[in-house]
Design a protein around this ligand. Structure first.
Ligand SMILES: C[C@H](O)[C@H](O)[C@H]1CNC2=NC(N)=NC(=O)C2=N1
Length: 101
């Protein structure tokens, strides 16, 4: 089934399951804080691995002690789809192992 943009209501319903994530300007975003720059770097590598597995890629920013993601789906013209939530869910699941919050 082709991926389609989600409605505002569908986005809000899914965001309720993902504390810390928000939707702004047709993008799903979240920033994480980590214990060190090295820990943040390791999390970026882990996210990159997951993104390649999913073949879905966020704009992924490494800060001093922070990792920030911003994602939408290019193939539908830059809207939020199930693919963005699938990536967000997987990042949420790996975050605790990096001590990210
Ligand atoms: C060919 C490849 O499947 C596409 O270019 C993928 C790769 N990663 C992607 N990432 C995102 N965020 N949106 C896309 O539409 C997308 N498309």
């Amino acid at each position: 089934m082709p991926v389609e943009p989600l409605s505002q209501k569908e986005i809000e319903d899914r965001l309720a399951e993902l504390p810390g994530w928000s939707a702004e300007d047709d993008r799903l975003t979240r920033s994480y804080r980590l214990g060190s720059h090295f820990a943040a770097t390791a999390m970026v590598i882990h996210i990159a691995q997951v993104q390649d597995e999913l073949d879905h890629h966020s704009d992924l920013t490494l800060g001093y002690n922070t990792v920030s993601l911003s994602v939408n789906t290019h193939s539908v013209g830059g809207a939020v789809t199930e693919l963005d939530f699938e990536l967000a869910r997987k990042v949420e699941d790996l975050a605790p192992g990096h001590g990210a919050h």
